[in-house]
Design a binder for this molecule. Structure first.
Ligand SMILES: C[S@@+](CC[C@H](N)C(=O)[O-])C[C@H]1O[C@@H](n2cnc3c(N)ncnc32)[C@H](O)[C@@H]1O
Length: 298
């Protein structure tokens, strides 16, 4: 089975505006689809890739311009310092999980298979999905489902989970789905479960904090003219990226000076996010929520 089909490949690579002798980062290596394409455009330049899932190492590329770091991109600046790299020409991040995660039953990302409730991208991390479902209080659970899944009956769902785990702790995906079945809408139950699983996964992997920390570090390392290229898969991520590219801040806008001007570190290359076209969606339905944004460091 294919590890992952790269999403918005041509648009994201042309968005990087690759200089043959430049230094580039692929912060989310996965199956290496984007990295392979970057290497095709590089001459003497180099590409440093990151992935927090050790499984990605099996896709490592045999090319002396390439290196893969097994680590979380929230610390990417530290890794660069360690490797004595002070500035880069472009950064790509294709966020979230790969198809590999959904297709490996034992990883627990999918409600299609009965498996341990795991969902950790980094298999050495401490907190799993079962850990969250069995230990977070009802308010915390409700917030996760509301914020990360935009689930309308998040309160009812959190209450159901809290009630059921008093009798028996959660261990497996099918057991969890069975326990919450009275919360599912009569139609669209697949969509509902996808949102519930997405919300839990985002919390397990601390995805919003990692993204926020990573974005702030890009400002410290991108050269003037360097490109930031990000593909998001849900609205919370996209809002953060959009605001960051527009204002150089995760939230809000910089203050205006006495002439009413704002100091903004990026020039927007995409005013509106790029989405996959119909042809891409026919080949790869998992691309359907993808949104690509591109900015250039001033
Ligand atoms: C959507 S996939 C990327 C697919 C890749 N572009 C390709 O073409 O195969 C996202 C990858 O990023 C990794 N990832 C997600 N969050 C990460 C983080 N905070 N640090 C490092 N890797 C992360 C996941 O393990 C996954 O392999």
């Amino acid at each position: 089975m294919e590890y992952h089909v790269p999403v918005l490949l041509q648009d994201s690579i042309s968005g990087l505006n690759i200089k043959p002798d430049g230094t580039y980062l692929d912060l989310t290596f996965g199956g290496g689809g984007h990295s392979k394409e970057i290497l095709k455009h590089l001459g003497k330049g180099k590409l440093i890739a990151f992935d927090q899932d050790a499984d990605a190492e099996k896709n490592i590329l045999d090319d002396n311009r390439f290196s893969l770091i097994d680590g979380n991109f929230r610390f990417f600046l530290n890794y660069l310092k360690f490797h004595k790299i002070n500035a880069v020409d472009g950064i790509l991040a294709d966020l979230g999980v790969s198809s590999h995660h959904f297709d490996q039953p034992e990883r627990g990302f999918s409600f299609r298979f009965d498996a341990p409730l795991d969902m950790r991208m980094n298999q050495d991390a401490e907190m799993s999905a079962a850990g969250i479902l069995n230990s977070y209080n009802e308010d915390e659970l409700r917030n996760i489902f509301r914020k990360y899944g935009e689930i309308p009956n998040a309160g009812k769902l959190a209450a159901k989970i809290a009630q059921r785990r008093n009798e028996k702790q959660f261990n497996s995906t099918f057991d969890f789905v069975e326990a919450i079945k009275t919360c599912l809408p009569p139609r669209n139950d697949y969509k509902y479960l996808a949102k519930v699983f997405q919300a839990i996964r985002i919390e397990v992997n601390n995805e919003i904090d990692c993204l926020s920390e990573m974005l702030l570090q890009t400002l410290l390392v991108l050269k003037p003219g360097g490109r930031l290229v990000i593909i998001t898969y849900h609205s919370l991520e996209d809002r953060l990226v959009k605001n960051f590219m527009k204002y150089g801040m995760l939230d809000g806008q910089p203050e205006k000076d006495i002439y009413g001007r704002m100091e903004i570190p990026f020039k927007l290359i995409t005013r509106k996010a790029i989405e996959p076209n119909e042809n891409e969606l026919i080949i790869n339905s998992r691309a359907r929520s993808a949104r690509l944004r591109i900015a250039e460091k001033i």
